[in-house]
Design a protein around this ligand. Sequence first.
Ligand code: SF4
Length: 160
Amino acid sequence: MGLLRKIRDTGRVAEPTPPRPEGHVPPQAKEFGGSVQVRCVDAGSCNGCEIEIAGAFNPVYDAERYGARLVASPRHADVALVTGPVTRNMAEPLRRTVAAMPEPRLVVAVGDCAINCGEFAGGYGVEGAVSDVVPVDLQVPGCPPRPDEIVAALRRVTGR
Ligand code: SF4
C-alpha cells in the first residue's frame, strides 16, 4: 500500500524532452517508422565511447524513450553504433556484422576514432576509420561524444 501511494504521489520524474535535434537525416531513416533496434560494435576503441553509449541508454538520457533499443544480434538490428578506429582484427567482423543486418540499415560512427582514427591514426594495428571498412550514414564527433549527442543522433534516425 505504501509503495502504491508513493507511485501515485511521485508523479513523473524524467527530464522534459529536449528540442528535436537539427542536422542531416539519412534517407533510410524514414523507413524505420519511429523506432530502431541498435547493435553496438566496438571495432577497437579505448572503451571511453562505450561508457558514453551506456550513459545514453541510462535512465537520465534514456535513448529508449525516443524509440532506440539495444539488441544483442545484428540480425535484429536496424542501426549499428560503431566505435573506435577499426583494428586489423576487427575489420572483417565489422564487415560481417553489417552484412548480417537486414535492409534498410544504417551505420553510425561514434567518436573521433571511428570518424578519422583519432588518437590512433597511423597505429600499426589500425586498418582505418569506420568509413574505410563499411559505408557510414551518420557521424557523432567527440572524444568521447557526450551521451546527449549520441541520443541526438539516434533521435534524428527515429524522428522523435
Ligand atoms: S574517440 Fe576518444 S573515447 Fe572514443 S575510442 Fe577514441 S580515444 Fe577512446
